[in-house]
Design a protein around this ligand. Structure first.
Ligand code: RIB
Ligand code: CA
Length: 316
């Protein structure tokens, strides 16, 4: 059997971040070395509390430290939270049971610097929110890029429209200067953007399958999943998009587990930091062959295989 892949997960929990955490914790192919938190779908305090409560629900089989990070982008004003998509508390309004778990005193960026330096070439970073914590870590320790195994990030859009502006995806749009620093840092990057996450539609048939597969011992988990999927279906339906939940963040974890779920092409991705509509766009110059490369960009996904694997992992 292959060794588990060691990951640090950075989240802005958030419905799909919560789904990603449950997936990562249950995965037999991953070992979560720590979860760092940042603003995004809510402020960092709410995100951290959500993360601790999701961990309590998941009951990981080993200790997973949670470390709080940034509550603001590097330089700009924080964007308003999307209550329509994630609810007023990030979890569709669901109140998970409280927990005695607490976040470490350390800051997220220091935790990343420390763990990467103690385990060079061993740790994959999986980011499902803004890249702010990593940009701060890079400023603290510019040697990190040569010691990170890979960064797998949910963010960006290459051949498809954005989801915040016509061309910008939420995680990059939320802190373009941080994304700029990360993409130009030399860290090997896999970009799991809207080109692929936009195809991962967890719909009513998947929901029914998931509910039927959960056992009576999993009632708390079932109630939570029931609520957040129902909330998500109503939200997407109210936007005339049909009833489904896009599994943005779980797919980034899925790619960490098994990169054969996606096919990628290598590009030199530039981050636009200016412009009312274009700030946060992930761009590449397709007019010429790529002379430089900084990211492997996922362009197709075995979406149904992934969704089935997700369900099987969650119910295990
Ligand atoms: O664009 C999708 C991303 O934005 C996901 O990470 C989701 O959690 C939202 O914040
Ligand atoms: Ca997220």
């Amino acid at each position: 059997m292959n060794a588990e892949k060691r990951i640090i997960l950075d989240v802005d929990t958030g419905i799909d971040d919560a789904l990603a955490i449950l997936f990562a914790v249950k995965s037999r192919k991953l070992k979560v070395e720590g979860i760092t938190t940042g603003y995004g779908n809510c402020d960092v305090h709410q995100v951290t509390e959500n993360t601790l409560r999701v961990l309590e629900l998941a009951q990981p089989r080993y200790d997973i430290p949670v470390v709080m990070g940034s509550d603001n982008p590097l330089f700009r004003k924080r964007r308003e939270f999307s209550a329509v998509i994630h609810g007023h508390n990030g979890l569709g309004g669901y109140e998970l049971s409280g927990t005695n778990r607490t976040a470490l005193e350390e800051k997220a960026a220091d935790f990343i610097v420390d763990r990467i330096n103690k385990n060079p070439d061993q740790i994959t970073l999986v980011f499902t929110g803004r890249l702010t914590n990593l940009a701060i870590a890079l400023a603290k320790d510019p040697t990190l890029p040569s010691k990170v195994e890979r960064l797998i990030l949910m963010g960006g859009a290459l051949h498809v429209p954005g989801n915040i502006t016509p061309v910008s995806e939420a995680n990059i749009h939320g802190d373009p200067e941080a994304a700029y620093r990360v993409f130009h840092s030399g860290i090997p990057i896999t970009m799991v953007g809207l080109d692929v996450t936009g195809k991962t539609k967890f719909g009513e048939k998947h929901f029914e399958q998931l509910m039927n597969a959960l056992t009576s011992e999993q009632n708390e988990l079932k109630a939570f999943l029931n609520h957040i999927f129902t909330f998500s279906f109503e939200a997407s339906d109210s936007l005339n998009e049909g009833k489904y939940r896009l599994m943005h963040d779980p797919l980034a974890v899925g790619v960490a587990e098994d990169h054969t779920l996606v096919t990628c092409e290598d590009y030199y991705i530039q981050i636009e930091t200016k412009g009312a509509l274009s700030s946060g766009a992930t761009l590449t110059d397709l007019r010429h062959p790529q002379t430089q490369i900084n990211a492997s960009v996922c362009l197709s996904v075995k979406d149904e295989l992934f969704l089935q694997h997700y369900i099987n992992t969650i119910v295990s």
